[in-house]
Design a protein around this ligand. Structure first.
Ligand SMILES: *Cc1c(COP(=O)(O)O)cnc(C)c1O
Length: 414
């Protein structure tokens, strides 16, 4: 395939995606309008961007940012902190803040994201690190039925009176299944609350923010958590995580995040909060750009005969595009092309390597301004049949298209 044929393939895919792109524009408008409403309600101004030092008592930039996030996410309250080191940290603060000895965590969407296994205490060689298991908190799991919640199994699991928190994961993570839609999350929350009003519903919102018009707390989830170097940081936030939800639950998380007795009142940030506000303002646009890029990847690779998930025109609830390459060489070339097309570290060639904690070799491509930020264009994959590559992010759609053209060129050269 020559370069001009590849360009034509992309033009054609783009034309076919026009209705999908129009829907994404409408979602972006709704989400940005909600962000602007929240900025207006808090009367955000330059004085909110200043840094603070020491304990950070009366840190107006921090406090207003948390109010803005709460409103945007349809929640009563929020914690938004540079001191939350990652998405895993935000989720661990929720789990450890909300659960007590003798209680049970119920995972409603199957096994949670890899890094949570250590938080829950599923890895026997890590005992003693203070996991939920070490603290006497039980764990139970309901498997997904394809991409559907198994309501019959959930009903049975909820009969255990020690269950006090339900965990749902919105994103597909690194699995060949559809993301959970906000509507599905709402149905699950209603089902759980009807049977067990004493059980809180927590959603791992990583990779899901602003992909749809509503967020989990708009439809009945009690608390959500995520990373600021993914969707809601808009590619601008340099670090951090957030938790948003019911005020009583947020208070308990705050006592876990800092200290009992102190909670949310402390926490300074010398570098200032400007990038967090600006990132949130940009996030609806950046997420829409990334989702467009994912849809384009789905459309183009489907045309080339590869299995893709989700399909190019499917409704999305996270930013991830999975492509089944069938051959190791095609997968590796794909990831190398993404790296080559990155603005940072373009001269580096990623190779499959044995990363600690993984069963198979993995390959990772990312050349990002914020280290490890997966709202910036990135791709990764475990090296095992059927050689599925996971693509996510992209601060601009044009960048994603250029990177994908490079990838198709390299794959077609074999
Ligand atoms: C990224 C991610 C996490 C963990 O976030 P980190 O910032 O990498 O710790 C948890 N759950 C899901 C679904 C994720 O995508």
């Amino acid at each position: 395939m020559e370069q001009k044929d590849i360009a034509r393939l992309f033009d054609q895919a783009e034309e076919e995606l026009a209705p999908t792109f129009a829907k994404l524009d409408a979602i972006e408008r709704k989400n940005l309008a909600r962000v602007l409403d929240a900025f207006r309600a808090q009367r955000i101004a330059a004085h909110h961007f200043s840094g603070t030092s020491g304990y950070g008592y009366d840190d107006i930039g921090r406090d207003a940012l948390e109010k803005v996030f709460a409103q945007v996410f349809g929640a009563q309250d929020a914690l938004v902190r540079p001191s939350i080191a990652s998405g895993t940290h935000a989720l661990a603060v929720c789990l450890c803040g909300l659960l007590r000895p003798g209680q049970t965590l119920l995972a409603v969407t199957g096994r949670p994201y890899d890094t949570l296994e250590s938080v829950i205490g599923l890895n026997p060689n890590e005992h003693g690190q203070g996991s939920l298991k070490d603290l006497g908190v039980g764990y139970a799991q309901v498997e997904l039925n394809g991409a559907q919640i198994d309501f019959a199994a959930l009903e049975t699991a909820l009969q255990d009176k020690t269950v006090k928190l339900c965990h749902l994961q919105r994103s597909r993570g690194y699995a060949w299944r559809a993301a959970l839609s906000v509507e599905q999350i709402g149905q699950a929350a209603a089902f759980i609350h009807e049977r067990r009003p004493d059980v809180a519903v927590m959603v791992d919102n990583c990779y899901g923010e602003f992909v749809e018009e509503r967020e989990p707390c708009h439809v009945g989830a009690d608390i959500v958590a995520g990373s600021l170097i993914k969707n809601p940081g808009g590619g601008i936030a340099p670090t951090g995580g957030y938790i948003a939800g019911r005020a009583d639950l947020i208070e308990r998380c705050a006592y876990r995040l800092t200290s009992p007795g102190i909670g949310r009142e402390v926490g300074s940030y010398a570098a200032g909060y400007g990038p967090f506000y600006q990132g949130l303002f940009l996030a609806p646009h950046v997420v829409a750009q990334a989702v467009r890029g994912s849809a384009l990847a789905g459309a183009v690779f489907e045309k080339l005969g590869y299995a893709v998930s989700p399909g190019p025109k499917d409704r999305r609830s996270d930013i991830i595009q999975a492509i089944r390459f069938e051959k190791e060489e095609a997968l590796v070339r794909f990831c190398q092309a993404i790296q080559y097309a990155s603005p940072v570290d373009s001269y580096v060639t990623p190779e499959p390597w044995a990363m600690p904690g993984y069963q198979d070799k993995v390959i990772m491509a990312a050349g990002t301004f914020v280290a490890g930020a997966s709202i910036e264009l990135s791709a990764d994959a475990p090296i095992r049949p059927p050689y599925i590559g996971y693509l996510q992010g992209g601060l601009s759609y044009t960048h994603v298209r250029l990177a994908l053209q490079e990838a198709v060129e390299r794959i077609m050269r074999t």
